[in-house]
Each structure stands twice: as structure tokens, then as C-alpha cells.
Design a protein around this ligand. Sequence first.
Ligand code: ATP
Length: 235
Amino acid sequence: MLKLTKVNTFYGNIQALKDLSIEINEGEIITLIGANGAGKTTTLMSISGVVPPRSGEITFDGVPIHAMSPEKIVKMGLCQVPEGRRIFPHLSILENLDMGAYLREDKEGVQQDLEYVMDLFPILKERRHQAGGTLSGGEQQMLAISRALMARPRLLLLDEPSLGLAPLIIRQIFDIITRINKESGTTIFLVEQNANLALKSAHRGYVMENGVVTLSDTAENLLANEEVKKAYLGI
Ligand code: ATP
């Protein structure tokens, strides 16, 4: 479904991604784990067209997207939930959700999806007229995920959904991520520093260090891998 082939991405002279190759199949949950500064966010930014690669190829359903605008990439069915959530704090929850659907014209589908996300996260329904900024960190993460779902993506890119949240909320959010994948068949690419949880939710994973993929395997094998255990699982 999504294929990155020898992707090289730079910030000025700094090379953040080096010959990065990743493949994601339809229906999978794939996780990319790595330490701070490994290049995980840059990988997502390159896919979504925000920081396009200098060289290499990114295809979505076989169509090259590495030179497309972010808007066009969203229209193709690829949507990112950015790190730090970035909801619109002064807009109501409903308005935030509407923003996620702004490129869509199928009003009926939008209404269905609105009901779906409110079923996933009942707290958003209860507080739908409140400003987004009044929600707790965990609730804002729920809103950010829901807003992305309102674009009805086929591939959802999640950047560190656990960042700064309490363990109970993190578990709830990961349960929902799994549910979204199972119920709607949405393919999920999950970037995480919480390697343990990410690998427990994912089918396969990639490990990244300094802009390079150093390991890729099934999530089960990565969880049992001695190097991964030492470096990322604290075992
Ligand atoms: P984190 O978990 O902290 O978000 P990450 O794995 O997502 O880390 P990136 O944010 O992708 O890592 O950063 C990869 C490298 O690119 C780092 O060396 C970082 O300092 C550098 N970098 C990231 N953004 C910029 C920028 N806007 N300008 C210059 N260098 C940047």
C-alpha cells in the first residue's frame, strides 16, 4: 500500500533520513520505534508531504506521492495525527471534527463518521460544544485522532500518541487504535517511543537509529529480540 524506497530527507545540510526503505501492507498496524531524534517524525513528515525527500521514492497504491502537496496526499486517503496533537483550542469539539472533513463532499458519509468517532470516544459527544482547549491532554489526543478519522483515511499516520499521557489513558488510546484497525480496516503507521506498547499493538515493526532502519521484523520477534529489549524495552 505504502512503499518508501531509499528515501533521503534533509533539513538544510542535516540529513535526517538516510536511504530509508519501509513497506506497509493494507490492513496492517506497523510501528516505527527509535530514540529521540532518530528520525521518526521526519519519516511521517516526508510521507505526508510536509518535508518532502530530496531523493528516493514514496508510493501510495503504486502512485508516486513524494512530490505531491500535503493536501493532495490527504485527498488520496493518507492522514497524519501530528505529535503534540495540535487541535484548534478555540474551536468547539464539533468544529474541530468538521475541520478534519473539510476536503470531503459526501455529507452523509461525514455524518456517519461523526457518529462513529463519538461512539469511539463518548467524552467527545458529551463535550461537543466545548472549546477543544478545555479538554485534558488525553482527551485532546482522542480529538486529534478523531479529527484525522473524519477525513476517512485509508492509512492513518500517528506520531507519538502516548506522549505526555498517563498510563491508563495511553492504554485506552491504544485499545481504540486497535479497534479502528479491526473495525474499519484502516491501515495504521504508528511512531512511538513507548516501544513496549507499540509492539504489543502492531503486526510488524521497524527500528530506527540516526535516520537509518537497523531492524525490521514481526512485532512478536522484535519484542523477543535481545537488542530491542536492552535498548528500547528497558529489560
Ligand atoms: P522525537 O521523538 O524527538 O520527535 P524523532 O525520532 O521523531 O525524535 P526527528 O524529529 O525526525 O526525530 O529528527 C531527526 C533529526 O532531524 C534530528 O537530528 C533532529 O535534530 C533533526 N531535525 C528535526 N527537525 C528539524 C528542523 N526543523 N530543522 C533542523 N533539524 C531538524
